[in-house]
Design a protein. Structure first.
Length: 292
């Protein structure tokens, strides 16, 4: 049933001709950049993680710091229902993390390299931590994540240069890595499964091999079919195989697209699916500035 549901959605897109697929990528990437990407720290995060895997540290520049603070200053907590004292508390804690752990220079703490990206793109979970764990401290969270990532460096390095379109899917190694990260995030959080954050972490360590996915996309493609169902290592492997089989239809133009945007096709596809499945574009009408 899962395979049927997923194939149906991706099958619709696979019916696009190559030039139409390319236009879909162009169009959704443009929309993503306009409404979501102005202060996005994803490219910086991938650069930092790549540096950390190569040398054990990453370099923080003034430009990086400026971009991160622009992200936080423009982050709309109220969209997530966070207001008043709770908003002030969360904002102050995260700015404290930035000031204390992401200063100009070199850092060896990979958890803090991920922090701005994971905090803003998985904020629904961090909101729950703050609401349900009154002693939650975001700096302690990412310090513990740093320690864990350092312990897993060898396993993460294994996937560093892999490309989904060119190599086999390492089923057992992926299961082990997924489950270890998922369990650790559960320990750091509320004890629940944390598959979306798990996938985000795996992806930034290997952006050409691990496709992104969130719960809304998983529902739309048929990976999640029951209320309260969550992604697992097995369902993520189904997703990897489905994305690979689908993208084979466009293998002749993928390199060109990746070079155009200096980004993996997996990230670009996620932007497209995110704009189609997760974002309510009607809410972006106000951002156009039309005055009545």
């Amino acid at each position: 049933m899962l395979t049927h549901g997923r194939s149906y959605v991706l099958g619709e897109l696979s019916m696009l001709k190559r030039n139409e697929f390319e236009r879909w990528i162009d169009a959704t990437h443009t929309l993503f950049e306009i409404f979501e990407g102005r202060y996005d720290v994803y490219p910086m995060t991938v650069t930092w993680i790549n540096e950390w895997l190569d040398s054990g540290f990453f370099k923080i520049t003034k430009e990086h710091i400026t971009r991160i603070f622009a992200l936080i200053e423009n982050f709309d907590y109220e969209v997530y229902g966070v207001k008043g004292e709770q908003k002030e508390r969360i904002d102050a804690q995260f700015k404290n993390l930035l000031q204390n752990h992401l200063r100009e220079g070199k850092s060896e703490n990979a958890g803090f390299a991920i922090a701005p990206y994971l905090f803003t793109w998985n904020f629904q979970r961090f909101k729950k931590y703050y609401f349900e764990m009154h002693d939650f401290d975001v700096s302690q969270y990412f310090q513990a994540l740093s320690n864990f990532i350092k312990e897993q460096k060898k396993d993460l390095e294994f996937f560093k240069n892999k490309r989904l379109m060119q190599e086999q899917i390492e089923t057992e190694k992926i299961k082990q890595l997924f489950n270890k990260i998922n369990v650790k995030l559960g320990v750091l959080g509320l004890g629940h499964n944390e598959p979306v954050a798990t996938v985000k972490i795996m992806h930034v360590f290997s952006p050409y091999y691990f496709p992104l996915i969130d719960n809304r996309i998983a529902e739309k493609v048929g990976l999640l079919t029951y209320e309260w169902e969550t992604l697992t290592a097995n369902s993520y492997l189904i997703w990897m195989k489905a994305v690979k089989n689908w993208l084979i239809n466009y293998k002749e133009i993928i390199d060109k697209i990746e070079q155009r945007y200096n980004s993996s096709i997996l990230k670009l596809v996620d932007e497209g699916l995110y704009m189609m499945s997760t974002v309510d574009l009607s809410k972006r009408v106000a951002d156009l500035g039309i005055k009545i």
